[in-house]
Design a protein around this ligand. Structure first.
Ligand code: SF4
Length: 146
C-alpha cells in the first residue's frame, strides 16, 4: 500500500468514528438492525476504502476469512443467530449516520461533511475507487488484507 500503511489508515478511520461519537447531535442507535435489512429499506451502506479495510479487519477478528454467504437480502455482517452486527464497534460511517427514525433520523450532510471529506481524502490516499457497496467493498478489502 503506497504512502499509507494499513495500520495508520485504520487508526484514521477510528479517529473519524470517535469524532462522530463526540458530536453533540443526539442519536441513539438501539441496535434494532432495521437498517441492516437492505431488502426492506432499499438502501445499502457505501464504504470508502478505509472503512472497508476496518470492517474487513474487524471481521477477521471474529475468526472469519470471508463474508458469510447469505441469500435473504440483509447485510452479510448481521449475525442471523443473534440479530447483532458482527463488527458493531467498527461498523461503517453510513451505519452510524443512517436514516433510522428510531435512532433519531439521518444526520444532515452539513453536520458531518468534514468527516465525510476525511474519509474521502483517505480513500484517495489509499487509491480507492470512492464509496462502494458494502459487500464488494469488504470483499475487496479482505483480499487486500490477505
Ligand atoms: S455493517 Fe453491521 S450495522 Fe452496518 S448494515 Fe451491516 S450488520 Fe448492520
Amino acid at each position: 500500500m503506497v504512502g499509507e500503511t494499513i495500520s495508520t489508515a485504520l487508526a484514521e478511520v477510528r479517529a473519524i468514528y470517535s469524532e462522530l461519537n463526540r458530536r453533540t447531535m443526539q442519536r441513539h442507535c438501539r441496535a434494532r438492525t432495521e437498517c441492516c435489512q437492505f431488502q426492506l429499506t432499499g438502501l445499502t451502506p457505501h464504504l470508502t476504502k478505509g472503512e472497508a479495510l476496518l470492517a474487513a479487519k474487524a471481521l477477521r477478528a471474529t475468526g472469519r476469512k470471508e463474508l458469510p454467504e447469505t441469500d435473504d437480502g440483509a447485510c452479510p455482517l448481521l449475525k442471523r443467530e443473534t440479530g447483532k452486527c458482527l463488527i458493531y464497534a467498527d461498523r461503517p460511517f453510513g451505519c452510524r449516520t443512517h436514516f433510522c427514525a428510531v435512532a433519531g433520523g439521518p444526520y444532515a450532510r452539513k453536520e458531518v461533511i468534514d468527516l465525510i471529506r476525511r474519509l474521502e481524502d483517505l480513500d484517495v490516499r489509499l487509491k480507492g475507487d470512492g464509496p462502494r457497496k458494502i459487500i464488494s467493498a469488504v470483499t475487496a478489502a479482505l483480499a487486500e488484507l490477505h
